[in-house]
Design a protein around this ligand. Structure first.
Ligand code: GLU
Length: 478
């Protein structure tokens, strides 16, 4: 058997992080078994589906490296197939037209509530005679198609994550609506129905999705039976929770892949973190995985049942690991859009080659990509602003001596190198009987306006290359 799995997002919003995580697990499972990963866009909800969301979902999956083998298939292009399938169930007497009005449904629910019963459809139109149907039609009533659900049925499956699952037919809310009417005929199919028709048609062997779909699975298994088809295997992955244990929401800062991207997370880090949200690798000391590496060892035995708590610190740490390991050219490419968006052009004396050296220096301290903008700022501006600490440092009585000595040492016009810069510092320490820290801190304050920052010698060399070191020393003395 070739494993065939799918991700089936609804384009009613941007690619959600939960959908991305489900996609990761499907992708890993497919690759582990040499199977196929299929993309299906569930766009039957015409009011809420938007092409821009489809675009966002496709781009998001591509960006994350979750390439699909087949599709995208669009449910909106398969309506005739669903209609035929509905007709099949009608012909077999497994489904029927239900003419109950919304007022009647409301009254039914209210009566059930008054009796403290769970709301359910009471199957009142299950066995209408042709005369009754004609009478309802004559009244101008519209209908929906309902699929018969036997209250006494037990529905059992062995979930890949949760083990043995048992549901009763009576827990499913009565005969379920599988399609609406349209101009007197069969119209829009409903989610549970379209999914089953598609999963059968696309020969899906394993349905891996969020645990919010568990009740749907019970209903869907009954539909497979009605079609005489063997249900696929099912695996329900835990939900992504915030720190308090409630479902991750907008209030937690980000829920769509686009938002995570805008916050400065790399695709590799997001995917890596998604894997660890619910799955633990056999060697729990390894935390950094590419998709390919994880695919080799992925299995549902090591997927947790419990909800997966979203940990921003962990994601930040993983992101920093990817940024620090990135070749400088690639990191530079990734940082350029942020620099541009901040109004900083990489041109003239601040050219690409110079900026790459700057990136090589600050890259090691980055956790999220946009932080580079602030870190790079002291290296660009022609006018320098001093932090309070830097001002204090520069008001120190020795500061003037140190900076005058630096200026004199630079006056010989010899090219500055790491070696000569270090030699200048040593010489000042000796001449003025100062500690290295004091000299370095003063030079840093003069050069960058800060008392902390990246490697000082490298910072100095970068400013020297654009002719910015001597003016800054002069400015600090003045
Ligand atoms: N369209 C459904 C969703 O976005 C897919 C669920 C499934 O995988 O069957 O949640």
């Amino acid at each position: 058997m070739t494993v065939r799995v799918r991700i089936a997002p609804s384009p009613t919003g941007n690619l959600h992080i939960g959908t991305a995580r489900t996609a990761v697990f499907n992708w890993l499972f497919a690759r582990h078994h040499g199977g196929k990963f299929i993309l299906r866009i569930e766009d039957t909800d015409q009011e809420r589906s938007r092409p821009e969301f489809t675009e966002n979902i496709l781009n998001g999956l591509r960006w994350l490296g979750l390439h699909w083998d087949e599709g995208p298939f669009f449910q909106s292009q398969r309506l005739d197939i669903y209609k035929q399938a509905v007709q099949k169930l009608l012909d077999q007497g497994l489904a029927y037209r239900c003419y109950t009005t919304s007022e009647e449904l409301d009254a039914m629910r209210e009566a059930q509530q008054a009796r403290k019963q769970a709301p359910r459809y009471d199957n009142r139109h299950r066995d209408l005679t042709p005369e009754q149907e004609t009478a309802f039609q004559a009244e101008g009533r519209s209908f929906v198609i309902r699929f018969k659900i036997d209250d006494e049925r037990e529905i059992i499956w062995n979930d890949l994550v949760r083990g043995k699952m048992v549901w009763k037919g009576s827990d499913l809310g009565g005969d379920m609506v599988i399609a609406r009417a349209s101009e007197g005929g069969i119209g829009q199919p409903l989610y549970n129905f379209a999914v089953v028709v598609d999963d059968m048609d696309m020969a899906i062997t394993h349905v891996i999705r969020g645990e919010d779909h568990i009740a749907n699975t019970a209903k869907q298994i009954l539909l497979y039976e009605a079609f005489g088809a063997k249900p696929p295997e099912f695996g329900h992955t835990p939900l992504i929770l915030n720190k308090d244990g409630s479902k991750l929401s907008k209030r937690d800062g980000a829920t769509s892949v686009t938002e995570f991207q805008q916050l400065g997370f790399t695709a590799e880090a997001i995917v890596n973190y998604m894997m660890l949200l619910g799955w633990s690798p056999p060697d729990t000391t390894q935390e950094i995985f590419s998709l390919e590496e994880a695919a080799k060892i992925f299995s549902f035995d090591r997927v947790n049942k419990a909800g997966a708590k979203f940990d921003w610190d962990k994601l930040d740490w993983i992101n920093s690991q990817y940024i620090h390991a990135m070749p400088v050219e690639k990191l530079t490419d990734m940082l350029l859009p942020y620099m541009e968006a901040s109004g900083q052009k990489i041109e003239g004396k601040y050219d690409r080659a110079w900026f790459e050296q700057l990136v090589a220096m600050i890259g090691a301290s980055l956790t999220r990509l946009p932080e580079a903008v602030e870190m790079a700022k002291p290296f660009f501006s022609d006018t320098i602003t001093y932090s309070e600490e830097a001002q204090t440092q520069l008001q120190n009585p020795q500061a003037k001596d140190i900076l005058t000595a630096v200026t004199q040492a630079l006056a010989n016009g010899e090219p500055l190198t790491a070696e000569s810069a270090n030699a200048i510092i040593k010489q000042i320490m000796k001449a003025h009987n100062l500690k290295k820290g004091a000299v370095m801190k003063t030079i840093r304050a003069a050069l960058t306006g800060e008392v902390h920052g990246p490697d000082l010698i490298q910072s100095w060399l970068l400013l020297h290359q654009i002719g910015q070191d001597q003016p800054r020393f002069a400015n600090a003395i003045a």
